[in-house]
Design a protein around this ligand. Structure first.
Ligand SMILES: *[C@@H]1O[C@H](CO)[C@@H](O)[C@H](O)[C@H]1NC(C)=O
Ligand SMILES: *[C@@H]1O[C@H](CO)[C@@H](O)[C@H](O)[C@H]1NC(C)=O
Ligand SMILES: *[C@@H]1O[C@H](CO)[C@@H](O)[C@H](O)[C@H]1NC(C)=O
Ligand SMILES: [Cu+2]
Length: 244
């Protein structure tokens, strides 16, 4: 009995590892509200000159989100760059500690590894903006990094796990050091309605690979593959929460 359990455990782990690179593809988000603008402004920190904003509004026809990034004040690029940035899961608390934003927005528990493939953005962590659209370089001597792009997998509408209006953006050195961060706040338009406000906390419908996501970890889904991918993902997320 014991050995059966051990063999089962091993095969679960083996099966999990061998397919851990097959990710749930994030669905294209539709119905993002027109005229609603969120903006994250980097904090006024004493220990860095990195400053800027990330602005976000519904993409054409409410599909996905158009982001405009404008950041400057980076230190020596050869030593510290290229710089990356992501939407992180939690907001920055009052104390301005960027570490407390935890890991990247990752409603499908994809984890960090392997790195995001730009050509397959649906398989990247939803919050991995620099992974999907390019990291920051060519910013010597205070030069601004500006970029506008359209991401299909993020949401400005309350409810889906890909919603980031209550979360933060974090900018990193190449060693993952969190140089600055800021919270998204609503700067224009009506706060997006949704069923969020009428549901008590935790009362979201249970997510699955194919239905709309939520930010909470998906429930155990019962296949060996999923288990392996999940536990690797959770381990990575744990490590990531500490250093990334
Ligand atoms: C920031 O938060 C992290 C995680 O909670 C903690 O380990 C670290 O000491 C904090 N840093 C400062 C400067 O308070
Ligand atoms: C942000 O709002 C979504 C619902 O729109 C919710 O699921 C999520 O838990 C919230 N996140 C934070 C950090 O408050
Ligand atoms: C809100 O809930 C109602 C009833 O449960 C549903 O019909 C409607 O589609 C939901 N709206 C959104 C934006 O999810
Ligand atoms: Cu990050």
């Amino acid at each position: 009995m014991r050995s059966t359990a051990a063999i089962l455990a091993c095969s679960l782990v083996g099966a999990g590892l061998s397919v851990a690179k097959e990710f749930v593809e994030a669905p294209v988000v539709k119905g993002n509200p027109e005229g609603v603008v969120y903006r994250a402004t980097l904090l006024d920190k004493d220990n860095t000159e990195v400053r800027g904003t990330v602005e976000a509004t519904a993409g054409p026809g409410g599909e996905g989100v158009t982001f405009s990034v404008d950041v400057s004040g980076f230190p020596d690029e050869k030593e510290f760059g290229p710089f990356s940035y992501h939407i992180h899961d939690q907001p920055v608390p009052e104390d301005g500690n960027c570490t407390k934003t935890l890991a990247h927005l990752d409603p499908f528990q994809r984890g960090e590894d392997p790195v995001c493939d730009k050509d397959k953005p649906a398989t990247c962590q939803v919050g991995d903006l620099s992974g999907k659209f390019g990291s920051i370089s060519d910013v010597a001597d205070g030069k601004h990094f500006t970029q506008t792009y359209h991401d299909l997998y993020t949401s400005t509408r309350h409810g889906p796990g890909a919603f980031f209006g209550n979360r933060s953006v974090v900018f990193h050195y190449k060693d993952k050091f969190r140089v600055n961060c800021g919270n998204f706040v609503l700067v224009k338009g009506e706060p997006p309605a949704g069923n969020h406000s009428v549901l008590p906390t935790g009362a979201y419908p249970t997510p699955s690979a194919t239905s709309s996501p939520t930010a909470s970890p998906p429930p155990f889904e019962g296949t060996a593959n999923r288990v392996g991918a999940l536990s690797v993902g959770v381990m990575l997320a744990g490590v990531a929460a500490l250093v990334w």
